[in-house]
Design a protein. Structure first.
Length: 485
């Protein structure tokens, strides 16, 4: 374990299935998890003149009940869910006020659908679902320029505390028709949903289509397109930080690809995709016309963000045969956002190259060994205008002293920087045995087996003339045991 890094986690699961009749089955599934990550002064040495701290605690739990009724011509399904989420975040950076958030949310949902054959080649599905949450939040954050004043006062940055709640409910209904022809399968449907949050209500419709063509006994071509809507993120709806008037996010997602069955029990999938995005939330300090004759007011968030994502994914998989299973996938992609005046910038989580390799091998009837390797382009990050960090000609002094806040402020340039390439190897061993009526499995799971020093961000010296990477997780071994009846 790295100095200053503390990691604790645990989880528990329970499941019960009961066959009421030959056609009716019931099940209940519950799980709970708790994770804590605290990194204090892990990078506050050497050239960095101050310490930094990141702390995250996340607890969640769910209880899910399900009923399934099945006949040769008809099937009916119902499920219900109750749960909670609890999140605590603390951030401490040199030269900035401490920030943090505590959030607790109660979640409730239900889903029901009916599927039956409506003809020799047709199957119809109709369904309804509902999902709602109610969050209470306690937020401490640095006040942005111009908070509660016009024009923006040049005062020292201060910490603002907000205690508020965010509630959301979505109720949807959908219909889907599947036509199975000799070499073609067509799936078409529409979903209509009412989204209600923070006193606002929106009705959205999402038509979708998937076509699958069997071009050869070993080759299939698949195309899909559809409209998708999603409610704004919880934290974007917080008053004074975001806006309760954000619109649902909207996307048009399309893809076309092929699946090929190869010798040696292999299959190959190649898929190209393009997603167009609208009504994305973005931070703002602009003035907008208030509702109900309130006049002009400052908007902390607006729903006029746009962007797109496109790329190509290749996956080669070996199906389970004699205990051997594995796959290799590579994605070449680009995710961008439009920020005005025709300028396009990488999205915060854009990754150009993503490689995943996984292998699992049964040795005999009791022992299974597995490994997973991941490699990805580092995420975009802001670039400080300093000759030490950019090859562009510049006379900038990295950080500029601001007497109003008695500290240095960085200057940024439009050129995008990226974190170093991410890579990690995880390994796992499982051993099966019987303990009375219980089928047991003891396992050892090691994350980041060769201790890759992944950078999750930069920690700068107080005047921004030097920086060090903020490391991610160290080697993280886990030993556990599982039993099934």
């Amino acid at each position: 374990m790295s100095p200053g890094v503390n990691v604790n986690f645990g989880d528990a699961q329970v499941r019960a299935d009961y066959r009421i009749t030959d056609r009716l089955r019931a099940s209940i599934f519950g799980f709970i998890s708790s994770d804590t990550f605290d990194r204090t002064e892990a990078t506050g040495v050497g050239a960095t003149a101050a310490s930094a701290r990141d702390a995250l605690k996340y607890d969640f739990g769910r209880a899910i009940a399900r009923l399934d009724y099945t006949t040769p011509e008809l099937s009916a399904h119902w499920s219900g869910m109750l749960g909670f989420d609890r999140t605590g975040i603390v951030q401490v950076d040199p030269g900035r006020p401490d920030r943090g958030i505590t959030a607790f949310g109660a979640t409730m949902g239900t889903r029901a659908f009916l599927r039956w054959k409506t003809g020799a080649v047709a199957t119809t599905t109709v369904g309804v679902d509902a999902l709602g949450y109610d969050y209470t939040l306690d937020l401490d954050y640095s006040s942005p320029p111009g908070f509660a004043a016009v024009p923006a006062p040049q005062t020292n940055s201060r910490v603002v505390r907000i205690q508020t709640g965010v509630a959301q409910l979505g109720v949807g209904a959908w219909v889907e028709e599947i036509l199975r022809l000799p070499r073609v399968e067509i799936t078409a449907g529409t979903r209509v949903e009412i989204m209600a949050y923070q006193g606002n209500r929106h009705v959205v419709a999402d038509p979708r289509t998937v076509i699958r063509v069997r071009a050869h006994e070993r080759v299939s071509i698949i195309g899909s397109t559809g409209i998708f809507h999603q409610a704004p993120p919880v934290f974007g709806l917080i008053p004074l930080v975001g806006s309760p008037n954000l619109l649902p996010q909207r996307a048009w997602q399309s893809s076309v690809g092929t699946e090929v069955d190869l010798p040696f029990n292999l299959d190959l999938r190649v898929t190209g995709f393009f997603n167009r995005l609208w009504q994305l939330p973005r931070a703002s300090f602009e003035f907008v016309e208030g509702q109900g004759g309130q006049g002009a007011m400052r908007a902390r968030a607006l729903s006029d963000g746009e962007g797109h994502a496109y790329g190509l994914e290749v996956q080669l998989r070996r199906k389970i045969e004699r205990g051997i299973y594995g796959w290799v996938s590579y994605t070449l992609s680009r995710s961008e956002r439009f920020i005005g005046n025709g300028k396009v910038v990488p999205f915060t989580y854009d990754q150009t190259h993503i490689l995943n390799v996984a292998l699992s091998w049964d040795i005999g009837s009791r022992l299974r060994l597995g490994a997973r390797f991941q490699l990805a382009t580092g995420a975009p990050t802001s670039l400080v205008n300093c000759s030490r960090w950019t090859t562009m000609p510049t006379n900038a002094t990295c950080g500029v002293y601001d007497s109003d806040v008695d500290g240095f402020r960085p200057q940024y340039i439009a050129e995008a920087d990226r974190l170093p390439t991410y890579h990690q190897l995880d390994v796992r061993a499982d051993y099966k045995f019987m303990l009375g009526p219980l089928q047991m499995s003891a396992y050892v799971d090691v994350l980041n087996a060769y201790y890759a020093r992944t950078a999750e961000g930069w920690v700068y010296q107080h005047d921004f003339t030097d920086r060090r990477p903020r490391p991610g997780l160290p080697i993280l071994p886990t030993i556990g045991i599982r039993g099934e009846l």
